[in-house]
Design a protein around this ligand. Structure first.
Ligand SMILES: Nc1ncnc2c1ncn2[C@@H]1O[C@H](COP(=O)(O)OP(=O)(O)OP(=O)(O)O)[C@@H](O)[C@H]1O
Length: 264
């Protein structure tokens, strides 16, 4: 298996301080990683490197075998699918759902008289169907609920048939039903052997879909633990990660965590 993402001793420094510090982490083909850690731990910073939008201050980062700094990122970007709140904010609310997905094929956020191939439209419709959005293809993006919008973003991220899929808090802001619907769909994607390698940032272990194989735990910009999820996502590690006593449970390939009661 070759590495889809390889960071060696990566630090990012801004305003005199490190955002992330000496991160060594690799993601191989077929792996599905969840990145957890408290607010400000550096999760989004790592995704920005993985999506080629941020270069390390020191250390080396290779995305799909290409070292950042010595490759044309514009050739690399279509090979990486990304869904995040900041990207969603840039999508035009008046655009039709189908076009929101279609424009990804051309690395754009809005239609500009480009002529799409019929095969592109078929793929966009297929992906929207996979994400349960067939009934919404003619709707304007801005009229969708938060959960519907998240599903469209994931369809869009998959449009270029990427080799690496990055999801920054895909379940944030969803109600229980919306979260469970999304987590089930991501679980189905994770189980698909031809789906891309996946890295998902999450604040809650309850959002980890079944089929996720590895976890990276960050605290204050550093790696606290990284490895296969079954042996790494322990009560001890999660407690150290979030700085309070937590108990982690796994049941039917899903995870939950709760804090220990305060002593009376
Ligand atoms: N341009 C910048 N200049 C200075 N500090 C920054 C800059 N960008 C991010 N930071 C800081 O870097 C740290 C890591 O930010 P990052 O967004 O990666 O964390 P995160 O783990 O994704 O947090 P959250 O869970 O709150 O989204 C934070 O403390 C943030 O304030």
């Amino acid at each position: 298996m070759s590495d889809v993402l390889e960071l060696v001793d990566v630090s990012v420094v801004r305003g005199g301080g490190p955002l992330v510090e000496q991160i060594t982490w690799s993601v191989a083909e077929g792996e599905r990683w969840v990145v957890v850690g408290p607010n400000g731990a550096g999760k989004t910073t790592l995704l920005q490197i993985a999506s080629t939008y941020l270069f390390p201050t020191s250390g080396t980062a290779a995305v799909l075998g290409e070292k950042l700094g010595s490759v044309d990122v514009f050739e690399l970007r279509p090979r990486v699918g990304m869904a995040s709140a900041s990207l969603a904010d840039r999508l035009p609310r008046r655009e039709k759902v189908l076009d929101i997905v279609l424009t990804a094929a051309y690395g754009m956020t809005a239609t500009w008289r480009e002529r799409y191939e019929e095969s592109d439209e078929d793929r966009a419709l297929f992906l929207l169907d996979q994400l349960g959005m067939s009934a919404f293809v003619e709707r304007r993006f801005g009229t969708l609920s938060e959960g519907e919008r998240k599903r469209v973003q994931i369809a869009r991220a998959l449009m270029t048939d990427p080799e690496l899929l990055l999801l920054d808090e895909p379940a944030a802001g969803l109600d229980l039903g919306g979260r469970e619907d999304l987590v089930r769909r991501l679980g189905r994607l994770a189980a698909d052997p031809i789906a891309p390698a996946m890295v998902m940032v999450s604040h809650h272990v309850e959002e980890i879909p079944s089929g996720f194989t590895h976890v990276l735990m960050l605290r204050q910009g550093k790696v606290l633990a990284a490895g296969p999820i079954e042996e790494t996502l322990t009560s001890r590690n999660l407690s150290l990660c979030f700085g309070l006593p937590l108990v982690v449970k796994q049941r039917d390939a899903r995870w939950s965590a709760q804090g220990l009661p305060l002593n009376a």
